[in-house]
Design a protein around this ligand. Structure first.
Ligand code: MIC
Ligand code: SF4
Length: 641
């Protein structure tokens, strides 16, 4: 029986388990990626593990999320990250160099390698055939220590692409179409592997747009084969030596196969406030647009920005529509400048931002109250832009640029002939001094800590019985942005758990923190897909600091579930989802923790006579981690033993 490409890469990296769907497998990780917002915590955890040198082939520590240096906090974080990189043998990418995923794709990602990153959009590297997985910072710190990354073996969903894109349709519309079809839960527990004759028509940056936003499908990762397009891309990046052809066997068998005809894809938009609320752009005809933002790790490549620039060239943006541009990397910015395309943006009335995440995570560039903002990004959760009632639409760069010109959405059928797709030039400028490499002798490097770098709080093991109240009950599709908001003020506290915990659920229920503190210990009740979105482990770590010991939900998002386990919070699911209605805020429950069995069921009971069955899908190892009070405790045990 033929093998999928995912199976081939997994088999090459398998350290434990059998790759049958749902079975726990342990994978060797070749590369790691961290970014400042999650990286400070990952580095604190790395330090707590106590090794002298990272054990991976390559580890890169990027600064791209919180680049606003207002006050001492972020500069202190950046200095800490730089010194940790120097001390322990990581590559450091300073603020302003670019967005981690774009930079990783251009400079380090390699076909057939495994990559684990403390950011949910790490699968961007799947655009060159790398098996790239997003995870919490602690999982990445452990990978740097040479530990395998364990996960349930995903199902492999084949996405069979036919034909090629036509007209105004672009790669973004492919992934938006899939999101519309499959929803934000459509990829849970799966790897989306792209195959079929349509694959060859997509360039690497286009593929990376698709794999990037596979994160919004909830997928473990997304993967393209490595072929002539890959070779061309790596050659342009002066990395042809990194090329290796890789693809699935002709007769590969997928757990599920979805066919998509690229020729039928049309320009799409995801409407507020979910990436899967997708409609054809034609349906939005006439809606006034107050702001357009082009950039983010989804659509900030040279070809993306060039396509937008060529459309804007010689024309002026609508006077009521602000236009923001954030190139994905210095390389992209340099290429645009060299070709005079920066002028096209500036002359059209656009505003140039730093090569960083920026408005995508609410770091500046927020829309005005109730404002409609059209963004080439990947997430449009409520409030994420920094404006609580901002109306965020996600589109391709072409659709966004057109909206900037018209000041409103218009029907693509009226746009005239579509422009040709920009290709990467053969001679991409080789930029000097993009990254800082560790010195030969690292022993004298001192790790630098300012007052914002606060050591991790210790957590005690799971007791035999928990008698705790429900301190919060929330509905379906709670995102990590609901649990812990983004924005400059909060993100500056990512290296300070006591301080950041004050913001947990602050936008959903401002009383939550006080209630949790008063209770001392508690549980949270959630609906479907609890914790979807980002990989920020603070959304588990800070609730744990506030005394949360269990979350009972209808279902969990993969990364958040793993983060809960890492910090000793028990993820439980309703055996009968209708029992969700039986639990209210304030209900005091007794949880017989000592009787928890991996994969088993227990009953939660209250004094008022409520009794409900909850199940878990924990492995033996995960249960041991929870009993120890979290992964760091568990790892320390192994080291001491
Ligand atoms: C995001 O897009 O939400 C982020 C900010 O990149 C996060 C990471 C974080 O919260 O630090 C992600 O997607 O993992
Ligand atoms: Fe940065 Fe936004 Fe990409 Fe997250 S999704 S890595 S915040 S650009």
């Amino acid at each position: 029986m033929g093998q999928t490409l995912s199976h081939k890469i997994i088999k090459n990296h398998l350290l434990s388990g059998t790759p049958a769907p749902g079975e726990s497998i342990g994978l060797r990780m070749d590369q790691t990626l961290t970014q400042d917002a999650t990286g400070t915590m990952a580095c604190l955890q790395w330090e707590a593990i106590g090794l002298e040198t990272v054990q991976t082939e390559l580890s890169v520590n990027y600064v791209d999320h919180n680049t606003i240096q207002m006050g001492f906090r972020n500069p202190d974080d950046h200095r800490y990250l730089k010194s940790v990189a120097e001390r322990y043998g990581m590559i450091f990418s300073p603020a302003g160099t670019g967005i981690c995923h774009q930079l990783h794709l251009e400079n380090f990602a390699r076909p057939g390698k495994t990559l684990i990153g403390s950011d949910s959009h790490t699968p961007t590297a799947g655009g060159v055939g790398s098996l790239a997985i997003g995870a919490g910072g602690l999982s990445v710190a452990l990978a740097m220590a040479g530990e395998p990354y364990t996960l349930p073996m995903p199902r492999i969903i084949g996405i069979h692409l036919d034909n090629a894109l036509t007209g105004w349709a672009s790669a973004k519309d492919v992934i938006l179409a899939l999101l519309g079809q499959l929803s934000v839960k459509g990829g849970v527990g799966a790897i989306m592997e792209y195959t079929g004759p349509g694959v060859a028509s997509l360039t690497v940056p286009e593929r990376a747009t698709i794999t990037n936003m596979g994160a919004e499908l909830g997928a473990t990762t997304s993967l393209f084969p490595s072929d002539e397009q890959t070779r061309r891309f790596l050659r342009a990046m002066h990395r042809e030596a990194d090329f290796e052809p890789l693809q699935a066997d002709e007769d590969a068998v997928y757990d599920e196969l979805i066919t998509l005809d690229l020729a039928r894809i049309e320009p799409m938009a995801a409407c507020p406030h979910m990436p899967d609320k997708v409609v054809p752009v034609a349906e939005l005809d006439g809606l006034a647009v107050n702001q357009v933002a082009i950039g983010s790790c989804t659509n900030s490549s040279y070809s993306d920005l060039k396509a937008a620039a060529l459309l804007l060239q010689g024309r002026q943006r609508h006077e009521d529509t602000d236009l923001l541009i954030a190139p994905g990397s210095k390389q992209v910015l340099k290429m645009l400048t060299r070709e005079g395309l920066l002028d096209a943006f500036l002359d059209s009335g656009g505003r140039l931002l730093e090569c960083a995440c920026g408005p995508c995570i609410g770091m500046g560039g927020s829309p005005s109250s109730g404002g409609v903002s059209v963004r080439t990004f990947n997430r449009n959760f409520e409030g994420r832009s920094g404006t609580q009632d901002g109306q965020i639409y996600l589109t391709s760069p072409l659709v966004a640029a057109q909206a900037a010109l018209d000041g409103r959405f218009t029907d693509p059928a009226t746009w005239g002939p579509a422009p040709t797709k920009p290709e990467l030039p053969a001679d991409v400028p080789d930029i000097k001094n993009l990254f800082l490499y560790p010195p030969q002798d690292r022993s004298k490097v001192e790790v630098q800590r300012g007052p914002n770098i606060v050591p991790l709080p210790p957590f005690e093991p799971l007791p035999e019985t928990l008698a705790v109240p429900v301190v919060l009950k929330v509905g379906d599709n709670i995102t990590t942005d609901h649990i812990l908001p983004g924005g400059p003020q909060v993100t500056a506290l990512r290296s300070n758990i006591p301080a950041i915990s004050e913001y947990i659920y602050s936008r959903v229920d401002p009383e939550f923190v006080t209630r949790a503190k008063d209770a001392g210990q508690g549980i949270i009740v959630g609906g479907e897909n609890y914790g979807q979105g980002s990989s920020r482990e603070h959304a588990a770590l800070a609730p744990r600091y506030l005394g949360i010991r269990a979350v009972v939900a209808k279902s969990f998002a993969r990364i958040h579930r793993a983060n809960l386990v890492n910090f000793g919070i028990v993820p439980l699911t309703f055996t009968n989802p209708a029992d969700y209605d039986a639990l209210e805020q304030g209900t005091r429950l007794t949880i017989p923790a000592a009787t928890l069995r991996a994969g088993g069921t227990i009953s939660l009971s209250s004094a008022e006579g409520v009794s409900i069955d909850v199940s878990n899908d924990l492995t033996e190892e995960e249960l041991a981690v929870i009993r120890a009070g979290g992964k760091l405790n568990a790892v320390r045990h192994t080291i001491e033993d």
